[in-house]
Design a binder for this molecule. Structure first.
Ligand code: HEM
Length: 551
């Protein structure tokens, strides 16, 4: 945490705030300009700062011609685009541009409350979006990729043709390894992750002997990067500062590349990709990451078939072991895969973790209740290595799920229709239609969540007591048509179990060792929002005080 007496390393992370807080879902949903306080584009002075071409044109005093040419280009682009747009017979919700840009969350809630169980449309700055109510998600989530595609929707939103953000032919492999190997090894990983947590706390957090204001974002981001890195690439590379920076920055640079490319009409982007600065930065990130990773991969490939080889226990090795021999030396693909994995996991997990800290700091009685549970489960240090340690933290699980309900995504379930679909309510969705679910509306629907405006940390804990089915149905990682924060169907987030474990480990550790509170006179920090992007405010400080004992 970046306190006044911040230790080495953490300060750099101040610049690593990523508005795409739920990558890839949010990166895909929210690929628009971000101007919010502390946000990335707020640091840029003007569009001309981003585009050297525009700058030199303006310098030549050619402004009028430039604007006329630009207007013509946009008009032509709009003309072709509107001709291509397919027609969906569903009511429109009129969201004014400004309202959409600065208040998309309330726009989505208002539209959801207006149309309730119906399909409706919004002409968003991101293009025409068709919003699907939870009652119809069920029939869509099981459709195959060649009918309704998650990958194509993400590829399109992240402009993968230019940003190269796509695991390509390794996509299935990556999801499968996260779903199986990583998830099955969660319990075994806990002591290793706890080591990392202790290391980063000792090196990057001030002592907090008395109440100490702490800017949460950099520390939380670096903590999650460190913990994830331990499982992804192993302990040595994980503690390499350059790797840490690169794996955090890659996602941000991809996001900014998309923002920059959006200034150009589609047909210009194949040229524009060569001039937008963040694409170049993205490629430099990949090159830097490859330089760090390749020697490790080469050594592993060389030794893998030797007798007595002890396979390292990390995702890098699991990927290597699953690839056919001829693809093991494709170091470029493996580097990209690792960076994409980091992009999909670090900022999403960090956002939820930071929101959890904010709610803990705001609700000191909840803090005490959860602390008691942690003390019961982790009576001594050996308990961390027990298989059921993390799953026994059921109140904590409920708390995190409630945080996700109240602070989670504005929209979710991003999909693109590939072959026409007729929904059971008769709505015809032609090929090319972009779908979303109005998650924030659903999360605040009293039919699904009684007293939805109340933060009720034990809401899901109580539901879990009702029956064995409910005990499974209301866990943080359980999917349902009214909770799409981790997506739905075949493409639902395979990393949610790992993310849940990481967050519980960090919170449990902090509950044991620290008291937390908001700064005097401060309310629960509000998120920073721009269009469908929502992220915890990166500039907020909360106060920490080390507990003298863990009793
Ligand atoms: C709180 C943290 C996280 C959130 C909120 C989150 C959310 C999501 C969402 C909404 C999707 C899209 C699902 C869909 O469209 O149906 C997704 C996909 C994905 N996530 Fe996560 N995620 C998180 C953490 C992680 C972690 C830690 C990993 C890796 C260890 C991960 C790996 C992936 C992958 C590989 C996909 C693509 C799955 C596919 O297309 O088949 N995520 N995530």
């Amino acid at each position: 945490m970046s306190t006044s007496s911040q230790r080495a390393g953490a300060a750099q992370a101040d610049d690593l705030f990523c508005p795409a807080s739920a990558i890839p879902q949010a990166m895909a949903n929210h690929t628009n300009t971000y101007f919010g306080p502390g946000g990335i584009l707020s640091k840029m002075e003007s569009v001309a700062d981003i585009y050297p071409v525009g700058q030199s044109l303006l310098r030549r005093g050619d402004r009028l011609n430039y604007y006329i040419a630009l207007a013509c280009v946009l008009l032509v682009a709009y003309f072709f685009r509107s001709k291509r747009e397919k027609h969906v017979e569903a009511p429109f919700f009129k969201a004014g541009k400004l309202k959409w840009i600065f208040d998309a969350e309330n726009q989505i809630r208002a539209s959801y409350n207006k149309f309730y169980n119906k399909v409706y449309q919004i002409k968003a700055t991101e293009g025409l979006q068709v919003l699907i109510p939870p009652s119809l998600v069920g029939e869509l989530k099981g459709l195959p990729e060649d009918v309704l595609s998650a990958q194509e929707a993400v590829r399109e939103a992240l402009m993968s043709n230019y940003t190269k953000f796509s695991p390509g032919e390794n996509s299935e492999l990556l999801s499968a390894l996260v779903r199986t190997k990583l998830t099955h090894n969660l319990a075994r990983l806990v002591p290793q992750l706890k080591d990392e947590l202790e290391y980063i706390t000792a090196t990057e957090l001030s002592e907090c002997k008395d109440w100490t204001p702490v800017k949460l974002q950099p520390f939380a981001l670096r903590t999650i990067a460190r913990l994830s890195g331990r499982a992804f690439v192993g302990p040595s590379l994980n503690r390499n500062e350059e790797w840490m920076q690169t794996s955090i920055k890659y996602a941000i640079d991809v996001f900014l590349s998309v923002v920059e490319l959006q200034f150009f009409p589609t047909w210009m982007r194949s040229v524009a990709q060569h001039i937008v600065p963040h694409i170049r930065k993205t490629r430099r990130n990949v090159a830097r990451a490859r330089a760090l990773l390749q020697p490790i991969l080469e050594e592993r490939v060389r030794d893998m078939d030797a007798p007595g080889f002890e396979a390292p226990d990390d995702l890098l090795q699991w990927v290597l072991g699953s690839l056919p021999e001829e693809r093991r030396t494709d170091y470029q693909a493996q580097t990209e895969l690792q960076l994409i994995l980091s992009a999909a996991s670090i900022h999403t997990t960090n956002s939820l973790l930071v929101d959890c800290f904010f709610d803990l700091a705001a609700e000191t009685d909840v803090q005490e209740e959860l602390r008691q549970e942690v003390l019961e489960v982790v009576a001594d240090d050996d308990e961390w290595s027990k298989k059921d340690c993390i799953p026994r933290l059921k109140k904590l699980d409920s708390f995190i799920k409630e945080v996700q309900r109240t602070s989670g995504n504005i929209t979710s379930f991003i999909r693109k229709v590939i072959k026409p679909i007729t929904l059971s309510d008769g709505t015809y969705l032609p090929a090319g239609t972009k779908l979303l679910a109005p998650q924030t509306g659903i999360s605040h629907d009293a039919r699904y969540f009684p007293e939805p405006e109340r933060f009720d940390a034990l809401r899901f804990y109580r539901l879990r007591q009702q029956s064995d089915d409910d005990a499974n149905r209301h866990q943080l990682t359980s999917l349902s048509d009214v909770n799409l924060n981790f997506g739905a169907g075949k493409h639902a987030c395979p990393g949610r179990f790992f993310a849940g474990n990481e967050i519980k480990l960090v919170l449990a550790y902090f509950l044991l060792h620290y008291d937390m509170k908001l700064r005097d006179g401060q309310d629960r920090p509000r998120p920073v929002m721009m269009m469908m992007t929502k992220t915890p405010n990166p500039n907020v400080e909360i106060e920490f005080r080390r507990r003298s004992s863990v009793e």
